[in-house]
Design a binder for this molecule. Structure first.
Ligand SMILES: Nc1nc2c(ncn2[C@@H]2O[C@H](COP(=O)(O)OP(=O)(O)OP(=O)(O)O)[C@@H](O)[C@H]2O)c(=O)[nH]1
Ligand SMILES: [Mg+2]
Length: 338
């Protein structure tokens, strides 16, 4: 299977989108848990690796994304098997809050209406002190949650469905510093997401709430941080979530193909029996042969769908392990991938 998936990130300026992209690419291009990501264009691969090296060697952070958004065509693989072709776009945060007449803001609106997955960035720095009844209003304003919600609603009404959502809680090191119990920190991210972005918990929406961190980077000085503090965490999970979505879809299609094949087969077998038993069966040799051929072909197709279904199930089980600690919500209910 290889599908083309369009991913768009929303989030305010300096919320950590580009730094996340760098960390995600560096982690997955080297390979993580048997999954790999690479840019097909070798120059692009070089650009991303050089930016990552600058962060790892000198603590140099990526510059703000310019007005012209940058496109990243990626290939996502399990081992050597190509799973997804990904079309990733990195926008400057300002495009989200500018008037939609600004050229990149305008492009963002149409881009979102063609997106399979939208990442809604929640800047973890805003959650570092915890979110209570009062402060969530401030966090909502500062994350531009109402604007992100508008973009999602707009895309959904143009698409006729809601793209899958990832609530990317960036700079999670800042939340973890306040809440050292890992599981409790994740729960606090879910609570914050519920308060700030309730759209992710609506009926018809599938959303991964994913805390990510590039490490305890501290305050940058002259756009530099301590390179030894760089330690990416969970940055590859949203990519696996894309694949999980594609897998679930593929499993559904295969199951319905198997069911349709089975009913065809029963019909053909019945017709064959009728032909054999009939009084004039002796004259119907050619038709019986044709039906027998048809039945054999359908049986082969069912067998092939069955094999693919089993493969998809094995892949889903592998993915399920990856999401043991991470919350996925469908129609507002927490679900497990199995
Ligand atoms: N503590 C901490 N700080 C981070 C992390 N990721 C990013 N930052 C800080 O956030 C700043 C902004 O990150 P960017 O990735 O450039 O933000 P952006 O969302 O791409 O911003 P625009 O391109 O302007 O839209 C960085 O310069 C870092 O100082 C992280 O995981 N932890
Ligand atoms: Mg950026």
């Amino acid at each position: 299977m290889s599908d083309r998936i369009t991913v768009t990130m929303l989030g305010t300026s300096k919320s950590g989108k580009t730094t996340y992209l760098l960390g995600m690419y560096a982690t997955l291009s080297a390979g993580q848990d048997g999954f790999f990501l690479h840019a097909d264009d070798p120059d692009l691969d070089l650009d991303l690796s050089e930016s990552w090296d600058a962060l790892m060697d000198e603590g140099l952070l990526p510059p703000p994304t310019p007005n012209e958004p940058k496109t990243y065509p990626f290939v996502f693989k399990s081992g050597l098997t190509r799973l997804l072709d990904i079309d990733w776009l990195d926008y400057r945060g300002g495009a989200m809050t500018d008037r939609t007449t600004a050229s990149d803001a305008e492009r963002l609106v149409s881009r979102l209406a063609a997106s399979d997955s939208i990442y809604l960035t929640l800047d973890g720095a805003l959650l570092a002190q915890g979110v209570d009844e009062r402060s969530f209003l401030t966090a909502r304003r500062h994350t531009k949650a109402e604007r992100m919600t508008w973009f999602v609603q707009n895309a959904a009404s143009k698409l006729g469905r809601v793209p899958s959502l990832v609530v990317l809680v960036t700079k999670f090191d800042l939340v973890a510093a306040r809440c050292p119990d890992g599981a409790a920190a994740v729960e606090s991210a879910i609570d914050a997401a519920r308060d700030i972005l309730p759209i992710a918990f609506e009926t018809g929406v599938t959303a991964l709430i994913c805390p990510v961190s590039l490490g305890d980077l501290g305050m940058p000085v002259a756009e530099r941080v301590d390179p030894t503090s760089v330690a990416p965490r969970w940055v590859h999970k949203p990519m696996l979530f894309l694949d999980a979505g594609a897998q679930i879809q593929e499993q559904r299609e295969l199951a319905s193909r198997m069911a349709a094949g089975q009913s065809n087969l029963s019909e053909t077998t019945y017709e064959l029996a009728q032909l054999k038993n009939g009084f004039f069966s002796i004259f119907r040799g050619a038709e019986m042969e044709r039906k027998q051929g048809e039945a054999a072909r359908t049986a082969e197709q069912i067998e092939a769908a069955h094999r693919n279904h089993e493969r998809a199930e094995r892949q889903a089980a592998r993915l399920a392990e990856q999401f043991a600690d991470l919350p996925i919500f469908a129609d507002g209910e927490r679900i497990a991938i199995a």
